[in-house]
Design a binder for this molecule. Structure first.
Ligand code: DAH
Length: 329
């Protein structure tokens, strides 16, 4: 057996050389465990005299205490080292820029429809959606459009089966509403319409918004008031507005409205008029008691005029560079 001092030195070197908590645990077991070396020294004392027993057991206990203390110190040191290394590894670089979340915007058509609808809701209008698959009666006949009118031609209209078609105008809804509701009526109806056309100012599908007012004593000045206020709200007060006589089978008198922008050029924005007495008769409303006015406009067209967009097709190409330009507040 080694002398106690030598043993202590060896234990201390072992502890010093240990690099992991697990190694340290092994050292603890090796020397202090039930079958450990230091423990065997204690067991050995039984062969010694009483005096020697007393002397050595004090020494061994002292060594034991010292070993425990050294192991504990080393344990703390190793634990701190592990922690430091972890902190170093998991270090967060706060100077690294974060990942930006890109916000999308509403499509200009959706945004514009919403804002037009909001404008008219404030004036007490109701907004209604309407069917895109329509029949000849609601899209043409009841609107006083003659049987031989060129708009019915398959070159303009997408015909389905059984006299059904993709509606060519939101005016179809005038008939559906007038048949269902009793005056007074103040409704707008936005939606998709379809025409067989494709170039820089026409796409086979586009959007319109239509307005209809029916009551006793409705006259052209009501129509003018609404349209002036709407156009000033939409384009700003700098534009001037011109009503130009025109023709639509379902209105009499009819007008087209031009805005004259800062460049002095008149640009057509909408069609309107007093609803034709034939249309009112078609839906069972007495034109001697009630009168009605209506207007309809192309959404893409007014957006193009407002933002100076030259090609209608850009609305539907989904080019993010085009769409990103529309930032609303
Ligand atoms: N439906 C017409 C078109 O598509 C636009 C229009 C003109 C609607 C006059 C109306 C109106 O309500 O009164 O060209």
């Amino acid at each position: 057996m080694l002398t106690l001092n030598k043993l202590l030195n060896i234990i201390k070197i072992d502890i010093k050389n240990s690099k992991k908590i697990e190694e340290l645990d092994e050292i603890r077991i090796k020397y202090l465990g039930k079958k450990g070396i230091l423990t065997s020294y204690i067991k050995n004392l039984k062969n010694f005299s009483f005096e020697e027993k007393k002397k050595y057991s004090i020494m061994i206990n002292k060594i034991k205490k010292e070993v425990i203390q050294t192991i504990d110190q080393k344990n703390t040191k190793l634990t701190n080292l592990i922690l430091e290394e972890r902190i170093k590894k998991e270090h967060i670089d706060i100077s690294l820029p974060g990942r930006r979340i890109k916000n999308g915007v509403l499509h200009p058509i959706t945004y514009t429809i919403n804002s037009i609808v909001n404008f008219f809701l404030k004036l007490g209008f109701q907004s209604l959606n309407s069917p895109e698959i329509e029949d000849e009666y609601h899209n043409f006949d009841a609107l006083n459009i003659p049987k031989n009118h060129p708009a019915r031609n398959s070159q303009d209209t997408f015909w389905l089966d059984n006299n059904r078609l993709l509606r060519t105008q939101t005016s179809n809804m005038q008939i559906r509403i007038l048949k269902k509701e009793k005056p007074p009526i103040r409704i707008i109806f936005p939606g998709k319409v379809y025409r067989n056309d494709y170039d820089s100012t026409h796409t086979p599908m586009f959007h319109q918004i239509e307005g209809l007012i029916v009551d006793k004593n409705i006259n052209f000045s009501h129509l003018k008031w609404i349209i002036y206020n709407f156009l000033y709200d939409f384009f700003g007060k700098e534009i001037s507005i011109k009503f130009r006589p025109s023709y639509f089978p379902f209105t009499v008198p009819s007008a087209e409205v031009d805005i004259i922008n800062h460049k002095g050029k008149p640009l057509e924005v909408l069609g309107c008029g007093m609803v034709h007495p034939n249309v009112l008769k078609n839906v069972g409303i007495n034109p001697k008691i009630y009168s009605a006015c209506a207007f309809g406009m192309g959404i893409e067209r007014i957006i193009m005029l407002r933002y100076d967009i030259s090609d209608l097709r850009s609305f539907f190409e989904n080019d993010i560079r085009f769409l990103k330009q529309f930032k609303y507040n």
